[in-house]
Ligand binder design. Structure first.
Ligand SMILES: [Zn+2]
Length: 373
């Protein structure tokens, strides 16, 4: 099956970039707001009013911590004719949902979310380019967008985001920096820390000129919620670095590549070291299963000296071992509809070529389409 990738090219000042995003994706933003406000209520017991009051607090935090992000959100609100607090709630939906997951932790919700991500160093790849790849497993109804952003001051960015969210969460920039993410829940997650939100950090990572700067974006101050970040950078052929950073609200843990590759799903490798308890330990079947499987696929290929090709990376993301809770994730029909998550987008990035290949929908039935910065 061939489906066209939804791509927006955005230029100008932060406000203009936001305005064009809002105007061109008006319907998708309206749709995502409806989905998320319904989900806030049904999955996390968060009413529209409470979500907006928390969004108001975050708007102040963002305006102070990252004025350009705040300006871009205001542009999105103006372009899509939505209220700024609704757009802010969408942009801090990670904080609003994940810290509620942690609070109401014993409901069997987070066992269903997930993503599988991996990176292969240039030495492990056929053409000597750094490859970063991810299946983003999420609510199937959410509308995603690929943004090509020409920033006035800062690198150009090519990223995947949800319509209305300023900070792309999977992407690369013109300095060869790349980002992948995995959601994780811990006992210390709390929106009320009111620190720089997750999506703002993603946006700052994708505006970083160096890997070191991108790491600092994660490390700076406490975080509201836990998350995993895979960062990479390649500027010269054959050279390049990748690192995995598991972040809890008060601590970080860096994990380097093992024999040319690294991978992550949705649990901490060492929660005790980070001083947190993983919520729902007994219900992590999907994340543990996907983690073992992706590591096994890397063990049997790049870690025994085989060079990874684009087709090889695509096949890893199409893997069905343990279906439906597989790397290529499908809805688990045993679960109620609102607990079904699946691979919504699949992305493979080549940091040297500043190019990506992606599918909207399951990569097992959809052909990858290429997109260049
Ligand atoms: Zn599949």
């Amino acid at each position: 099956m061939k489906t066209k990738l939804p791509v927006l090219t955005l230029t100008g000042s932060p406000h203009q970039i936001g305005y064009k995003h809002g105007k061109k994706a008006r319907q998708e933003i309206q749709h995502n707001l409806e989905i998320y406000f319904r989900r806030f209520q049904s999955e996390t017991e968060l009413s529209h009013d409470v979500a907006l009051s928390r969004a108001a607090k975050f708007l102040k935090v963002i305006t102070k911590a990252s004025p350009e992000y705040a300006e871009t959100m205001k542009g999105v609100a103006a372009g899509s004719s939505q209220e700024i607090l609704d757009i802010t709630a969408l942009n801090v939906r990670y904080e609003l949902m994940y810290s509620q997951f942690s609070k109401i932790g014993l409901k069997p919700i987070p066992k269903t979310f997930g993503c599988t991500a991996f990176a292969a160093l240039p030495t492990a790849v056929e053409n000597g380019h750094l490859i970063m790849a991810q299946n983003w497993d999420w609510i199937p109804e959410v509308k995603g967008l690929f943004l090509k952003i020409r920033n006035e001051n800062g690198p150009d960015v090519l990223s995947f985001t949800e319509a209305g969210v300023v900070g792309g969460k999977i992407g690369l920039n013109s300095e060869g920096v790349g980002l992948l993410i995995n959601g994780i829940v811990s006992s210390k997650d709390d929106w009320a820390r009111l620190k720089k939100p997750f999506h703002v950090r993603c946006w700052e990572i994708l505006r970083s000129k160096t890997l070191g700067r991108a790491v600092k974006v994660i490390a700076q101050g406490q975080r509201n919620c836990s998350a995993n970040f895979i960062l990479g950078q390649q500027k010269k052929i054959g050279l390049g670095k990748a690192v995995d950073i598991e972040s809890a609200p008060e601590a970080l843990c860096e994990v380097g590549p093992d024999r040319g590759a690294l991978a992550h799903t949705n649990h901490f490798s060492n929660p005790r070291k980070l001083g947190v308890r993983q919520v729902l330990d007994e219900e992590r079947l999907s994340t543990l299963q996907r983690y073992r499987r992706i590591q096994k696929l890397l063990d049997g290929t790049v870690r025994v000296g085989q060079k990874l090709s684009l087709a090889g990376a695509q096949n890893m993301l199409r893997d069905h071992y343990g279906k439906p809770e597989s790397v290529c994730r499908h809805s688990n029909m045993k679960l109620p509809e609102y607990e079904r998550y699946e691979t919504v987008v699949s992305v493979i990035m080549d940091l040297y070529a500043r190019k990506l290949w992606a599918t909207v929908g399951s990569p097992c039935v959809t052909e990858y389409q290429s997109l260049a910065l």
